[in-house]
Write a protein that binds this ligand. Structure first.
Ligand SMILES: Nc1ncnc2c1ncn2[C@@H]1O[C@H](COP(=O)(O)OP(=O)(O)OP(=O)(O)O)[C@@H](O)[C@H]1O
Ligand SMILES: [Mg+2]
Length: 240
């Protein structure tokens, strides 16, 4: 379970998160939407302990992330899969080596890491590219390699930051299908951060819309019209 209580984050005089309260149940998948610059990435970085909030509480799996010491945090992070905005692969390593990394760091033997990494690459349809370097991949392939790396250690928590940004519609479609497929086959508690409305429709059971540092809407996509801010973002007003 992920639980945020009155989370606030200020950068100097810039208040980015202004009291976010949110609970995500174990195994649940939630899409967090909001305009560019609203603080989606900051929120995610707070949850995984990369940024310290100004105030409020962050709980992940019963651990208080914002108060955790480095050791506790490192232990918790082994249970995280993080798909970064921009795939964040290491250029000097092959695709296979990149995907193996979380396992190697966790002390898994090279042989087992290699086997699991190849399986993860197969699930994102990138098996044939295992020996390539990131520079030799297209944007979509890089994203898929990033996803393979995030899932290789079978995380309890899966975080996607803008999984489809910068991709053409056809490649985006491939990522949608892949995410949907993984969501059905993994038990991970999943947060998808995006401004892609298609993702909100695809994982529409629960969508959280952020505006002005707060949760402006939290519920199924079908009820989005009950929030003026969210309707406006979705362009529902235009269709009427
Ligand atoms: N390390 C930082 N120091 C100071 N300000 C920051 C820092 N990180 C983010 N910000 C500010 O926080 C705000 C929210 O940034 P964030 O990256 O979370 O937006 P976002 O919703 O993810 O946008 P996008 O959809 O474009 O990715 C911005 O005003 C940004 O300038
Ligand atoms: Mg962002």
């Amino acid at each position: 379970m992920i639980k945020l209580v009155d989370l606030r984050k200020e950068f100097g005089r810039n208040t980015v998160l202004n009291g976010i309260t949110l609970t995500v149940e174990t195994g649940e998948t939630v899409v967090i939407l909001g305009r560019s610059g609203v603080g989606k990435s900051v929120l995610l970085k707070c949850i995984v302990g990369l940024i310290k909030p100004t105030s409020g509480e962050i709980w992940v799996g019963g651990i208080r992330v914002d108060k955790a010491d480095t050791r506790t945090l490192n232990g918790l992070r082994k249970r995280f899969g993080y798909v970064f905005q921009g795939a964040a692969l290491f250029d000097w390593m092959t695709v296979l080596e990149n995907v193996m990394l979380p396992l190697v760091e966790a002390g898994v033997s090279r042989k087992e890491a290699e086997e699991k990494a190849m399986k993860a690459l197969e699930s994102v349809q990138l098996k044939d590219a295992y020996g390539k370097y990131p520079a030799e991949l297209s944007g979509g392939m890089r994203k898929r390699a990033g996803i393979a790396r995030a899932i290789v250690a079978e995380p309890d928590y899966l975080f996607y930051d803008e999984p489809t940004s910068g991709l053409d519609p056809k490649t985006s479609r491939m990522i949608y299908d892949l995410m949907k497929d993984l969501d059905e086959h993994l038990d991970a508690t999943t947060l998808i951060i995006s401004h892609d409305i298609v993702l909100a429709e695809l994982f529409g059971k629960r969508v959280v819309f952020l505006e002005d540092g707060k949760v402006a809407y939290d519920g199924p996509i079908e009820m989005a019209h009950t929030s003026e801010e969210f309707s406006d973002f979705l362009g529902l007003n235009l269709k009427r």
